[in-house]
Design a protein around this ligand. Structure first.
Ligand code: SAT
Ligand code: MN
Length: 614
């Protein structure tokens, strides 16, 4: 079909307006077929931008420009009408000013390129929770990734109405007079990159980057930044959360969502293989959850995505066998290393590479005899990715595409906290759970900063959504409180937990890596306690910080002796540590939100402090 065949007048007019501005050589309306996918892959392979992988059927390796390897938070904008509406944690530019700047950049930006029109659906097609968008892009790579990450193409048109979300994307590299990319990833210099959300208009404009969340606009831009705005307007939740399905040995099922800052093993948790017999974890989603009240008063979640855009380095048979399997065919790899026999390789894959490797910058080098590399000399970029269809995951839940979503029993929050925060504690009620979400953060380590004065401080990432919230974070906390108040039966709300897999004791030489808890599959032991808590089992004690496992309530069968020995320590309330935590929240964290901070949260902080002082 062509632009003229687009039936929805609003869509057609918007596409025509963008064509006029961007001046592509041609316009292709994507049908989402395999034939189209293969045709676009061939364009990329012929242009030297993609390499077919002999060892992985129907899979390709792309190398991006070294300046275009991750989301660019500094160049990401919430262009609300007022700066206050965008809030203290977002970059803000006046929308009129930003539009004028970006229109200047968009003018003629698709010369020498094709504009692709991608109709897409976030969520199972036809689901009452799903939303629809159209992405216009001049990147074949984006079309291919959108094909995996969303439900895209011909089949979507019949659901599209005037509420579609317009998403305009350009790599920002016009080609003049027959110029070619010549195997070089197209993008614009960093100061010309703009990842812009216009929350009042529900509009996304992205310019200058071809990578990940900057360019696959269904993901962070739509499903989180714009969706969080829609969710607030419409009374639901758009969250940076995994969704997992937990089945106990009796065959009873509960669904759990969880928000964790990056580098906390969110994808691994979503695909966990339990070490306790009879338990099963299956995946509904690994990154984003949209939750809405069902008629029965429970919160139901869908995964708006159809694929995984996972971090490759560190993914091994030991850390996440299921993710490796999901990415074993029909997968796009970006910035991984290429082996001589036509496979991909990355640091932390679990085995050393042999012979020579082509690194992510395209240089051929001798592989090292181990699966690590010195910092800065990695063969795969630390943010190298695989884009894999979710349906290929061996542990995908049979109901992962259920249009009504899955009923959520528990919500988890967590971060990397080497001290203070116990293995698990449960909030007393919904608002206390909102408090726990609001204080999420990871400790800054020497590995994550070059500024030694920051080491040991907490980098707060409330609800793990800080870079992805489309409005004022203080108002976001209030929205969570409002959702709790809107529940027709508070007992039906999910129970809220804070987990911490990352307690450390560097003085205990017995512990691998100094970690006091094994993590990975053994996290199922904590999930078991959470499962039973949701059923109201008497497996807890009341403490100053919330409900915690009573002695013997965490299943330790088969756990190494040294972990059995450290368990009491990580299930204790560290009163002095928590007093410091309260002080840090009161002095450094909460003041950022000014008058937008809900009074309920300050009251809970006061109450916590009083309990700790008792
Ligand atoms: O590049 S993405 O935003 O899609 C992934 C991430 O940074 O979490
Ligand atoms: Mn994410």
């Amino acid at each position: 079909m062509t632009v003229n065949d687009i039936k929805n007048a609003k869509v057609k007019a918007w596409v025509e307006e963008c064509v006029k501005m961007c001046e592509p050589d041609q316009v292709v309306v994507c049908d989402g077929s395999t034939a189209e996918y293969d045709r676009l892959v061939k364009i990329c392979v012929d242009a030297g931008l993609a390499t077919p992988l002999a060892k992985k059927p129907h899979s390709y390796l792309f190398r991006s420009d070294p300046s275009d390897v991750a989301r660019v938070e500094k160049r990401t904008f919430i262009a609300a009408k007022t700066q206050e509406a965008a809030g203290p944690t977002n970059n803000w530019i006046d929308p009129a000013e930003l539009k004028a700047t970006m229109k200047g950049l968009y003018k003629g930006c698709m010369h020498g390129r094709t504009m692709y029109v991608i109709p897409f659906c976030m969520g199972p097609l036809g689901s009452p929770i799903a939303k629809y968008g159209i992405e216009l892009t001049d990147s074949e790579y984006v079309v291919l990734n959108m094909d995996i990450m969303t439900r895209a193409g011909e089949k979507v048109w019949k659901y599209i109405d005037d509420n579609f979300i317009p998403c305009l994307h350009s790599v920002g590299k016009p080609l003049n007079n027959g110029e070619k990319d010549n195997g070089v990833w197209a993008c614009a210099p960093v100061e010309q990159k703009y990842i812009s959300q216009f929350p009042e208009e529900h509009l996304i404009w992205s310019y200058g980057s071809g990578y990940g969340g900057n360019a696959l606009l269904g993901k962070k831009c739509f499903a989180l930044r714009i969706a969080s705005v829609l969710a607030r307007e419409e009374g639901w939740l758009a969250e940076h959360m995994l969704i997992l399905k937990l089945t106990n040995p009796q065959g009873e099922v509960k669904y759990v969502t969880g928000a964790f800052p990056s580098a906390c093993g969110k994808t691994n948790l979503a695909m966990l293989i339990p070490t306790i017999p009879g338990w099963k974890v299956e995946t509904v989603g690994d990154d984003i959850a949209w939750m809405k009240f069902g008629k029965d008063g429970r919160l139901y979640a869908i995964n708006p995505e159809a694929g995984f855009f996972g971090v490759a380095p560190g993914t091994s048979a030991q850390s996440n066998k299921n993710a490796l399997e999901a990415a074993s065919k029909n997968t796009i790899f970006t910035n991984c290393a290429l082996t001589e026999d036509g496979d991909v390789w990355w640091e932390g894959i679990g085995y050393p590479a042999k012979g020579k490797l082509v690194d992510w910058k395209g240089n051929t080098r001798d592989a090292l005899p181990k699966d690590k590399s010195p910092k800065g000399e990695e063969f795969a970029h630390p943010n190298a990715r695989f884009t894999a269809p979710a349906k290929q995951c061996p542990c995908i839940a049979s109901d992962w595409e259920s249009p009504e979503g899955v009923p959520i029993s528990a919500i988890l929050f967590g971060g990397r906290r080497p001290s203070t925060i116990p293995l698990v504690h449960q909030s007393r009620d919904w608002n206390h759970g909102v408090f726990l979400g609001s204080i999420v953060g990871s400790e800054i380590t020497a590995a994550s900063t070059i500024d030694a004065s920051q080491v040991g401080k907490i980098r707060r990432d409330p609800f793990a959504i800080l870079p992805f919230c489309g409005y004022n974070m203080g108002d976001y906390f209030q929205h969570w409180i409002d959702v709790g108040n809107a529940a027709k039966d508070k007992d039906l709300l999910p129970k809220i937990f804070y987990v911490n897999w990352f307690r450390k004791d560097d003085n205990n030489a017995e512990l691998p890596g100094g970690f006091m808890w094994p993590g990975y599959g053994d996290n199922s032991r904590v999930l078991e306690w959470i499962f039973d808590r949701c059923d109201g089992k008497d497996n807890f004690i009341d403490t100053p910080i919330g409900y915690m496992p009573k002695e013997g309530a965490i299943n330790t069968d088969g756990l190494a002796d040294y972990y059995k020995k450290t368990l009491p320590e990580i299930l204790k309330v560290d009163v002095e540590g928590w007093k410091k935590e309260v002080k840090d929240i009161r002095e450094n964290h909460y003041p950022k939100f000014g008058k937008h901070l809900p009074k309920e949260l300050t009251a809970i902080l006061d109450e916590l402090e009083a309990r700790l002082n008792k």
